[in-house]
Design a protein. Structure first.
Ligand code: NIG
Ligand code: FE
Length: 422
């Protein structure tokens, strides 16, 4: 939608951070695969990247091309990264849940609140009561916040509908926003986000409805690319999750899983078995689950803001990286367990609560995140031909980005070659 025609050259950046890979970065490559170009430049034409490299190389190539009139942006006080990619959000919903936050501060457990009819059920009620226009307005504000924090592509899940009509309503809103907001949105159907209260005693009947009545319609209408399940004790069992994910595959929906978040439940192993593109959360992943994900090439999407907000110990990122799981990072933006649009905050937490290195977190929030939603051919790195999604940060080097904690250092956001923030 946002097709900028003006050519642009970002010059003299203290550092340009990018990667060049056809596969998700794993092991040492999450560190070593992040390239640091000192005094770098980025040349953009027609919304796409033409060239990235040391400033003199890029400038000489531009001059030799015989072109002129490009807008020159001086980035001599800044560093430059690809637009951040958030591969796991629940942004289309109505209402908020700060009263549950207070209950949790008094000691109530997240799952107990949900099982008592609050939590996801509470947001499902407010979302059902909202019109499509109201949902769109609420989600658009969240997208604006994401954009101000350097995020240019996200995944967005349904799952606060839990009926075919209300799931479609959420997915249609995501589609409208994808078409009308600078941020690109890739949609996931998550009808299996909670068992509606009326099916509590007959969970298999709700599983049947998802498989027979929801998935075929959502797929036929082209409303989603992925199919996600909350595989958790007291929600969907691994056996039910498997049936839902296999059913989605028959309709072309690629599996994702909310896995091993609260208890170790075989979710990571299931992700490997069904060939999921990612397994997300993984706070309680088993050693066996780590092995199998590494072997099957399932990306581990880690959500350290969720662990932090639920006051749970962080995921074992070091162990996963050392054993060959490609790790990506995400906000998990939702009203219950992670009410933040700040990927930079998530990146700070990834260092401070999971021991990831500053380079690893940039790989995890850009190229690996792009792979986790099947978008790496277009976004996630600054390479010729990719979308010109570029962030200029008020920071002298990439470590400073993690060290200057809890503030927004985004100066300029360029989406498809157009300045949308700054
Ligand atoms: O990813 N774990 C399940 N789903 C969301 C939370 C949704 C909510 O509390 O509204 C999550 O954490
Ligand atoms: Fe989630």
């Amino acid at each position: 939608v946002y097709m900028a025609q003006q050519a642009m050259i970002i010059r003299h950046a203290k550092q340009v951070l990018t990667s060049q890979t056809k596969v998700p970065l794993t092991g040492n490559e999450m560190e070593d695969g992040l390239l640091v170009i000192e005094n770098g430049a980025v040349w953009i034409e027609e919304g796409r990247i033409v060239m990235v490299g040391p400033d003199t190389d890029v400038w000489n190539a531009y001059e030799a091309s015989g072109k002129n009139g490009a807008k020159v942006i001086d980035a001599s006080n800044q560093i430059v990264t690809p637009g951040l990619v958030d591969p796991h959000t629940h942004i289309v919903f109505a209402g908020s849940r700060e009263e549950e936050f207070e209950m949790r501060l008094q000691g109530a457990a997240y799952m107990d609140i949900m099982n008592a009819g609050g939590g996801i059920h509470s947001t499902t009620r407010s979302t059902a009561a909202a019109t499509e226009a109201e949902l769109e307005t609420a989600a658009r504000e969240r997208l604006d916040e994401f954009l101000r924090h350097g995020v240019t592509t996200i995944e967005a899940k349904s799952g606060y509908g839990l009926t075919l009509e209300n799931e479609r309503k959420q997915l249609r809103v995501a589609k409208t926003l994808d078409e009308s907001h600078p941020i690109d949105i890739v949609s996931t159907f998550m009808g299996a986000h909670a068992i509606p209260l009326e099916y509590k005693e007959n969970t298999d009947e709700f599983v049947r409805i998802i498989i027979e009545e929801m998935i075929p319609v959502v797929a036929k209408e082209g409303l989603a690319v992925f199919n996600d399940v909350f595989c958790e004790k007291g929600v969907f069992t691994p056996e039910q999750s498997k049936r839902i994910l296999e059913a989605g595959k028959q309709y072309g929906l690629v599996p994702k899983i909310h896995a091993d978040e609260i208890v170790s439940y075989g979710g990571a192993e299931l992700a490997a078995e069904v060939g999921a593109i990612s397994a997300d959360h993984l706070l309680q992943i088993s050693d066996e689950g780590i092995e199998q994900m590494a072997k099957a090439g399932v990306i581990g999407v880690l959500l350290p803001a969720t662990a932090f907000f639920l006051m749970e110990p962080a995921a074992k990122a070091r162990k996963m990286i050392e054993r060959g799981v490609a790790v990506a990072l995400s906000t998990d933006r939702n009203p219950g367990s992670s009410p933040t649009e700040s990927m930079p905050f998530v990146m700070n937490l990834a260092c401070l609560t999971m021991g990831m290195t500053p380079k690893e977190v940039i790989s995890a929030a850009t190229i690996n995140a792009a792979f986790a939603i099947g978008q790496a051919e277009d976004v996630g790195s600054l390479e010729a031909g990719k979308k010109a999604d570029v962030i200029l940060w008020n920071a002298p080097n990439y470590t400073y980005l993690q060290y200057h904690v809890g503030v927004n250092m985004v100066d300029t956001v360029i989406k498809n070659g157009e300045i949308v923030v700054g």
